[in-house]
Design a protein around this ligand. Structure first.
Ligand code: DSN
Length: 435
């Protein structure tokens, strides 16, 4: 019997309401997912009590023998999952993992080249309001405005830009890019200009683990990820180095004054460089999630995420929605709502009233502010976890279309809410509040 309901009823009520919200509504935020009960259980353990600065076998605190086991399980499973030579599972988040990359590979003021946030990039890839844009000289590549490559990255332009700005590092990765990346072409460009290549695979990590999308590890010098999006683990981050391990050593050695392994530098950049004690309960939960992702069922899940996204994209296009790049290769789509006469902000609120959760999102070449936006981002990972198939997602598109076609119509909202609840009941989620 959980203590929390009687121990802290006020807090428990908020948790209960959030679990109900997750159970009863359509979760279409592309970066969210639903973890298993086992992952929740691992996170709710006494491992949260343990300080374990350092690495397994080399800690700055006593009593780490059992958390060492947990961290080693997480590391071994992550390496197997991504065929990586080395991993660090301690970053508290994707942003923390990314901070360690900058600290290792760049000096303040150095130039790097990343995908423009306004074209689907991420805050930590050089936004002027983020440390990455404040401390370093961020330059950007983007997507094409028109023509056959509209909404997609043209690698010839990336090469031209790299030659122009001569970056020390090139980043790949996005939070709202519905297409796959050509990692070999990025590496070719990085080699030509003598840059490090870093891939932030936070969004597609689960799809990459399941071989549903191209694999960056053979091409990038280093890869970061979150663990909670398509990978379906607890909130957290991770750094990986693939089979280019040897090649990266020489480049980094001069900075450290001795030939240090790339892994040593990244480990030091996580702790003590950017973090204190690792969150051992979260690392244990990462281990559970990686174990789940190593099972054949996870490959089926990842394949279904993409099938569902493609079915959804086709249904949106049939109904006259304008999808950036015309469709999707992965788990998400970015919808430009300008032809529908509704802003992203309003669409988010209208859909929320029907218990359909999406996020407003800038579209490339947007004429609205980031707080208003002209688009929404929609993703399939969370509802695919609940068992939604292509038919269910086509029904979701119908529900969204009805809400957005008649903004503020109470009758439509009520009908759609009822259908949302019925759909969610068909695919149950959590039958408990506290795991
Ligand atoms: N905030 C995340 C997202 O929603 O994509 C990226 O870190």
């Amino acid at each position: 019997m959980p203590d929390l309901p009687s121990h802290d009823p006020e807090l428990y009520a908020a948790i209960q309401q959030e679990v109900e919200r997750q159970n009863d509504g359509l979760e279409l935020i592309a970066s969210e997912n639903f973890v298993s009960k086992a992952v929740l259980e691992a996170m709710g353990t006494a491992l949260t009590n343990k300080y374990a600065e350092g690495l397994p076998g080399k800690r700055y605190y006593g009593g780490c023998q059992f958390v060492d086991v947990a961290e080693n399980i997480a590391r071994d499973r992550a390496k197997k999952l991504f065929d990586a030579d080395w991993v660090n599972v301690q970053p508290h988040s994707g942003a923390s993992a990314n901070a360690a990359i900058y600290l290792t590979l760049m000096n303040p003021g150095d130039t790097f080249l990343g995908l423009d946030l306004a074209h689907g990039g991420h805050l930590t890839h050089g936004s002027p309001v983020n440390f990455s844009g404040l401390l370093y000289n961020a330059t950007y590549y983007g997507v094409e405005r028109e023509g056959p490559m509209a909404g997609r990255i043209d690698m010839d332009r990336v090469r031209d830009k790299a030659r122009e700005v001569n970056p020390k590092m090139i980043s790949i990765g996005a939070s709202a890019y519905p297409r796959d990346f050509d990692y070999a072409a990025f590496r070719d460009i990085a080699d030509e200009v003598g840059a490090f290549l870093w891939m932030d695979m936070a969004h597609p990590a689960g799809l990459i683990a399941a071989d549903v999308l191209n694999d960056p590890l053979p091409h990038a010098h280093v890869v970061t990820t979150t663990t909670h999006k398509t990978l379906r683990g607890p909130r957290g981050g991770m750094i990986l180095v693939g089979n280019d391990f040897e090649n990266t050593l020489g480049k980094v050695a001069p900075k450290s004054g001795r030939v240090k392994m790339m892994s040593e530098l990244f480990d030091s950049a996580v702790f003590p460089g950017t973090q204190g004690g690792p969150l051992m309960h979260v690392i244990a939960a990462k281990a559970v999630a990686f174990g789940e992702a190593l099972k054949p069922e996870f490959t089926t899940y990842a394949q279904q995420i993409v099938k569902n996204a493609k079915a959804m994209a086709a249904a949106f296009v049939e109904r006259g929605f304008d999808l950036v790049s015309g469709g999707t290769d992965n788990h998400l789509m970015l919808i430009d709502l300008r032809n529908k006469g509704v802003t992203g902000k309003d669409a988010e609120a209208l859909l929320q009233a029907a218990e359909i959760t999406v996020n407003k999102n800038m579209v490339p070449f947007d004429d609205q502010s980031p707080f208003v936006t002209s688009g929404i981002r929609v993703g399939t990972p969370a509802m695919t976890t609940r068992g939604f198939d292509e038919d269910a997602f086509r029904q979701v598109v119908d529900l969204m279309d009805r809400v957005l076609s008649k903004p503020g119509d109470e009758t439509v909202l009520q009908q759609v809410r009822g259908e949302v609840h019925a759909l969610c009941e068909r695919f149950p989620l959590y039958d408990f509040v506290i795991a």
